[in-house]
Design a protein around this ligand. Structure first.
Ligand SMILES: [Zn+2]
Length: 264
């Protein structure tokens, strides 16, 4: 009798303990796991690209925006954007935000029927390390990138210039070898024209501002196709909630935000 009672107490205690453990460490519900959806089908056999489904990247809207806003966004909006992006830093050590409009977002790119989406950092030679602009997770790394042939690039440019609705994969190809980082809070950074990708940089890898993600180059450009050392630059984009950060800004405000965020 006593033994039976002890056994019942033991079983009840065990069940109570198990319930407590499950409450402390619940199994993740499927709602908690972000769905990953392919956004860009990358030609050329590179690693598949997938971005969190809740952060769509409106590539079309980025590239085909009319350009910069004609009227200035309210100061509070600009201040809030600077605050939101303040965790970022310049991905090329010692580089500065350019002053020339052609190297900044929103500048027209008539040769491919659109506008420039990012900041171009020129100066350092091919192979200069590029650091993650801030903590985040790699969501794309074109490890198996293969450079265009001259004929392929000309055909793509012809397609881009003739179509009023340039296909996303064409725009993507012109960015050459790329790395994308998801920083959380709806912020993504994109690094284009890389010469190479740093060892171990693969989708899913966590990085911070001390992580070298790749090396400066000219892939995807006319110089890259010609296998020349010219035209080396980093094309760097900041995407906020799926749109280029500059979507509602004037040129002056673009410079204001970039200088505030990327100047050490
Ligand atoms: Zn660029």
């Amino acid at each position: 009798m006593l033994l039976n009672n002890l056994r019942s107490i033991f079983v009840v205690t065990l069940i109570t303990l198990l319930v407590m453990v499950f409450e402390l460490f619940p199994l993740p519900s499927t709602d908690d796991i972000p769905a990953m959806a392919p956004v860009i089908d990358r030609p050329g056999g590179s690693a598949p690209v997938s971005l969190p489904a809740d952060i769509p990247v409106h590539q079309r809207n980025i590239a085909r925006a009319e350009g910069l806003a004609k009227t200035a966004a309210p100061d509070e909006y600009v201040d809030a954007l600077i605050e939101r992006l303040s965790f970022l830093s310049m991905p090329v050590r010692g580089a500065q935000v350019p002053d020339f409009a052609g190297q900044l977002p929103g500048s027209p790119r008539s040769y491919r029927n659109g506008v420039h989406e990012g900041v171009d950092i020129y100066g350092p030679p091919k192979g200069t390390p590029i650091y993650a602009a801030g903590s985040g997770v790699i969501i794309r790394a074109d490890i198996d990138y293969e450079e265009f042939t001259y004929e392929e690039r000309m055909a793509i440019l012809k397609e881009a210039a003739s179509a009023s609705d340039t296909p996303d994969d064409v725009l993507d190809r012109l960015n050459g070898r790329q790395v994308w980082i998801h920083h959380g809070d709806g912020v993504i950074t994109r690094y284009s024209h890389l010469d190479g990708i740093a060892p171990g940089v693969v989708p899913g890898k966590a990085v911070d501002a001390d992580t070298i993600i790749g090396y400066m180059g000219n892939s995807g450009t006319s110089d890259g196709v010609a296998n020349s050392q010219d035209g080396v630059h980093l094309h760097f984009e900041i995407i906020v909630d799926g749109y280029s950060f500059w979507k509602d800004l004037t040129l002056g405000q673009v410079k204001q935000v970039l200088k505030a965020v990327l100047t050490p």
